[in-house]
Design a protein around this ligand. Structure first.
Ligand SMILES: [Zn+2]
Length: 326
């Protein structure tokens, strides 16, 4: 509840730059004159002062963004005492330590298939050739424009899902724990889905960082070598090996059986409580287990791993050879 002026990216609209009239009664843009926006932003701009505007042609569309100065009310997180762990994946966008699964971006798989097909079509058309001075054919130009549009669609779907996820998390939890990205491991797989997921992880983290701050929470990024997937969230034992095909974590020591991603998310939550110096509580634990667990045990075991030894299986996000990583 801090009504100090905040710089905020207020809107992003698709508009034909040459078309007419702001429908929200604000002044026109220099050079371009009046622009009609596809999105009605009147309500969002009440009491706002526009500082700058940028018009860009991106992925086959015109986008206008405005930077405004506006008093923004941002309520405290609704569960300020709760620590939530988030395991990010490909098949499932995210799994929370309370057991909530956020399914992957809807329609993304279908959109990616269309992108691949459109890209093949482009490559079959007569392209430009500098040596012969060959210009791209009109059919190639059309195919290329279509590919651009599909890329835009994928980006929009992804952006929307990620914003919804990060907003809801930031509004709810006082502390959020995510894993650091295994950058080396992640770039090995060249599949398109993999590529999109990589970009999503970075963006989710970026959004969480600023949104959590808005709502007075804390973002904790687990140590890069923290073995969130291989550690038993019940007893803290670390398994030597956990293949990506093992979707269920079975502990050799205490015989706990749990969904792989939920186990990883619980370990992250545990890590966060340890970082914050909070004793474990059963509040956000999926199975409602008791509050008598030892905090920090899993982390102590895991952190001693040497860089370079924690490759596959460190998280659910390490690619497998066939691209079916979780
Ligand atoms: Zn165990």
């Amino acid at each position: 509840m801090d009504p100090t002026p905040t710089q905020d990216r207020a809107l992003r609209s698709h508009a034909g730059a040459a078309r007419v009239a702001f429908n929200w009664g604000l002044s026109t843009l220099p050079v371009l004159g009046q622009i009609k926006l596809h999105e009605d932003v009147t309500a969002r701009l009440v009491g706002a002062r526009i500082r700058s505007a940028t018009v860009r042609f991106e992925r086959g569309r015109w986008n206008a963004s405005f930077t405004v100065e506006q008093d923004v009310q941002r309520p405290r997180a609704t569960k300020p005492g709760d620590v939530i762990g988030i395991d990010l994946g490909i098949k499932t966008l995210a799994v929370l330590s309370d057991g909530t699964e956020i399914p992957n971006l809807r329609h993304l798989g279908a959109a990616l298939r269309k992108v691949r097909r459109a890209a093949r079509t482009v490559s079959r058309r007569q392209g430009p050739d500098r040596r012969t001075g060959q210009r791209p054919s009109n059919r190639r130009r059309r195919a290329s424009a279509r590919l651009g549009g599909l890329h835009a669609r994928v980006a929009d779907v992804r952006e929307d899902a990620i914003h919804k996820l990060t907003t809801s998390i930031a509004r709810t939890y006082g502390a959020v724990v995510i894993e650091d990205l295994n950058v080396a491991g992640m770039t090995k797989n060249r599949r398109l889905a993999r590529h999109v997921a990589d970009a999503s992880f970075a963006e989710i983290r970026r959004q969480l960082a600023y949104k959590i701050e808005w709502h007075g929470g804390t973002l904790i990024v687990a140590d890069r070598w923290f073995a969130s997937s291989k550690t038993c969230s019940e007893c803290g034992a670390v398994r030597a090996k956990l293949t990506l095909s093992e979707r269920t974590y079975v502990c050799d020591v205490c015989a706990m059986v749990m969904d792989r991603d939920v186990n990883a998310a619980l370990n992250l939550a545990q890590y966060g409580r340890h970082e914050l110096g909070i004793a474990a509580s059963g509040a956000e634990i999926a199975n409602g287990r008791g509050a008598d667990r030892k905090t920090g045990l899993a982390r102590q075991v895991a952190v001693k791993r040497q860089p370079g030894t924690a490759s596959a299986g460190q998280t659910g996000t390490v690619p497998s050879q066939d691209g079916t990583a979780a």
